[in-house]
Design a protein around this ligand. Structure first.
Ligand SMILES: [Zn+2]
Length: 673
């Protein structure tokens, strides 16, 4: 049965979670987000044309993590630059790391750095005014932490405590969110401490603008129903979003039952659900967040301890941190800046506008950002970590609806975490993961790209265990009795090099066989023999299977298709070329079949290991525009030559030097060094 092929949009924007501007990138940023996004962006460029693909991201420049990082750098290291200098240096290091891994961003900008800064400030101003005009912004007075000793309001990471959300396992919580993305009010933060002075801050009233997120519950429920049916959206996304699409709940420990009973009739209308067997708390369900807030005050005053459940809450849009995008003056409220989270949601639109304005004429199929973000035949693919589902898949879709600009809803691609040595690594946690740039001291970028893409992060959290960085003990040396580390044990196979073995031993071998064979028997031209029907069919099947998996963001499945196909082709060549000894016609036939397989493998592996595949294309004597275009996906080398008006016998290939390697090893992996 022929499978129906997936359909692709006319234009596509690919974007990824933005790295904060207070540090360089660790391997998880690159391996978990940017390499999968790059694989898809490169695949789409081949599939729908490079003029129809925009891959944009940038440094998240503003907000308390950056202000805190800068403050500490000044305090601890005597840093003399401005905060913008500080962000610029980090941005440049991030950009260099992305470039080193071949991440093919059309633009890696910075929300607070030129050339995107002014574009982003303009869009932010326009967008907030629009939300206000449409009645979705409300001014609320809330209380914010104030450090009495320092005489200043505290934002985000300037306060640390423990997360109040029931069951949360985060290690760190800040003023109004924890590092797992839970949102709460500052009043709820457990054991707050000011990071400026180490004192306990007090709460003082402030006015801010809030987006009416709870008004969009029905729209979000509808969107989740759509996403349930969409093979491109993973089940974990809709499951996580639905956890917030519920009525507001308060959980009260059963030991406070009497205290609750005493004030129950003073609480707004609610439904009481008794503790289930084995549970320590009963729950109170309210019709809206306002009623729950009211109830919290009554319970607090009565000395009842409780925790609140997830639900849709008004999303704070503004704040008073100095290092932020200025918010427009609305109804006389001035001097506010935009909170970094909402602002980072629309930053990819700013980056799109910037990239389009900088591009030479003709580079893209349209210079109007609406054709990329607000069009029926365009799609935006958002590669994110699962920690950020609330922002990208709850807050963002609601904002997009509220704006009424016709913005299409993103396709969220939420990957699991990439672990380091079987532990969850974060740059602020106890296990310090290697920086992306450090890994290149021991591996080539293509080795790591192939390895990370094969981990299957769409299915589960997977550990990255590069032998060169494994300092655990392998065994004791028999002679000296000293510990031998895994890193130094020649008997241990490096798990990070599993995919490189395929590149070097199979793919590279097939390529060399083709080129050396053609040099020997075809006078360095393509074989004249027509490839066998079954060889052509196998290539076609592989291309179709790969396309389906790439469409579903299943990079490891897609690469497995390419690998299996290439292994079979290599085996076929081995057998056919041996059997053809002394028979030139049979040998040329085997070579023609091998060339078809090499061409298909190079097309399929291109998004994963672009440099090596482009070298194969070059040696086959084709331009990358022709060779990697999926308009020719089912064409073998002979058809590609025909597209140039050549016969196979007249199409010259580029001779290969002896022992040539399309996928070179890292110098540190070469024996004898
Ligand atoms: Zn939490």
């Amino acid at each position: 049965m022929p499978e129906t092929r997936p359909s692709f949009p006319r234009r596509a924007v690919i974007t990824g979670g933005m790295p904060y501007g207070n540090k360089n990138l660790h391997f998880g940023h690159i391996g978990g987000v940017f390499v999968p996004a790059d694989f898809f962006a490169r695949f789409l460029r081949d599939r729908i044309g490079p003029e129809n693909v925009l891959f944009v991201s940038g440094t998240d420049c503003y907000g308390s993590p950056i202000a805190e990082g800068f403050r500490k750098k000044v305090e601890n290291e005597g840093y003399a630059g401005t905060i913008e200098d500080y962000v610029r240096v980090n941005h440049d290091a991030q950009k260099a790391a992305l470039d080193a891994y071949g991440i093919s961003l059309d633009l890696f900008a910075g929300s607070g750095l030129e050339p995107a800064r002014d574009v982003h400030a303009r869009l932010t101003d326009e967008l907030i005014r629009r939300l206000h005009e449409r009645g979705y912004l409300h001014r609320r007075t809330t209380r914010q932490f104030f450090d009495v000793e320092a005489g200043t309001f505290l934002n985000g990471r300037q306060v640390q405590g423990r997360c109040p959300v029931r069951g949360c396992k985060s290690e760190k919580a800040y003023a109004d969110e924890c590092d797992l993305g839970h949102q709460f009010d500052p009043e709820e933060l457990i054991a707050p401490v000011s990071q400026l002075t180490g004192t306990t801050p007090e709460l003082r009233p402030v006015d801010n603008w809030y987006f009416d997120l709870p008004a969009f519950r029905e729209e979000l429920e509808r969107l989740m129903d759509e996403w349930d049916l969409d093979p491109q959206v993973r089940a974990v996304v809709t499951k996580t979003v639905r956890e917030s699409l519920v009525d507001p709940v308060i959980y009260v420990q059963t030991k406070f039952r009497e205290a609750y009973d005493a004030v129950a009739d003073r609480l707004p209308g609610h439904v009481l659900t008794e503790a289930e067997k084995g549970q320590q708390s009963f729950s109170l369900t309210f019709s809206g967040w306002e009623a729950r807030d009211e109830a919290r005050e009554v319970l607090d005053a009565a000395g009842v301890r409780f925790r609140t459940g997830k639900c849709l809450l008004p999303l704070r849009i503004t704040g008073n941190i100095e290092w932020g995008v200025p918010a427009p003056e609305l109804e006389g409220s001035s001097g506010l800046t935009v909170w970094v989270w909402p602002e980072s949601l629309w930053a990819p639109i700013s980056f799109t506008q910037t990239a389009l304005s900088l591009a030479p004429e003709g580079r893209y199929s349209s210079r109007d950002w609406h054709d990329w973000w607000c069009s029926e035949d365009a799609r935006v693919y958002q590669f994110i970590g699962q920690d950020n589902i609330y922002f990208y898949c709850v807050a963002q879709p609601a904002l997009w609806e509220a704006l009424g600009w016709g913005l299409t809803q993103d396709v969220p691609v939420a990957n699991y975490h990439i672990l380091f040595m079987n532990k969850k690594a974060s740059s602020s946690g106890k296990i310090v993961p290697p920086m992306a740039a450090e890994l290149l001291d021991a591996y080539t970028p293509e080795q790591l790209r192939a390895h990370w893409l094969s981990l299957g992060l769409d299915q589960k959290a997977v550990s990255f265990n590069p032998k060169a960085f494994d300092t655990s003990v392998s065994h004791k040396d028999k002679k000296t009795g000293e510990d031998v580390l895994v890193r130094d044990d020649p008997r241990v196979v490096d798990p990070a090099l599993k995919e490189s073995a395929f590149l070097t031993n199979i793919f590279n071998r097939l390529a060399r066989s083709c080129f050396y064979g053609a040099a020997n028997v075809c006078d360095a031209h393509l074989p004249a023999a027509a490839p066998a029907a079954d060889a052509v069919h196998a290539a076609r099947e592989a291309v179709l299977a790969f396309e389906r998996r790439a469409y579903e963001f299943d990079a490891h499945g897609a690469l497995a298709v390419a690998e299996e196909f290439c292994r079979a082709a290599n085996k076929r060549w081995d057998e056919a070329s041996k059997a053809a000894k002394g028979d030139d016609a049979a040998y040329e036939q085997a070579l023609a079949d091998a060339f078809v397989a090499l061409r298909a493998t190079a097309l399929l592996m291109h998004p994963a290991v672009p440099a090596g595949c482009e070298k194969i294309c070059e040696h086959m004597g084709f331009s990358p525009e022709l060779f990697f275009s999926w308009e020719h996906a089912f064409d073998g080398p002979a058809e590609l030559a025909a597209a140039l008006g050549e016969t196979p016998e007249s199409h010259a290939i580029v001779p290969l030097p002896p022992r040539y390697d399309f996928f070179e090893k890292h110098p540190s992996q070469v024996k004898g060094k």
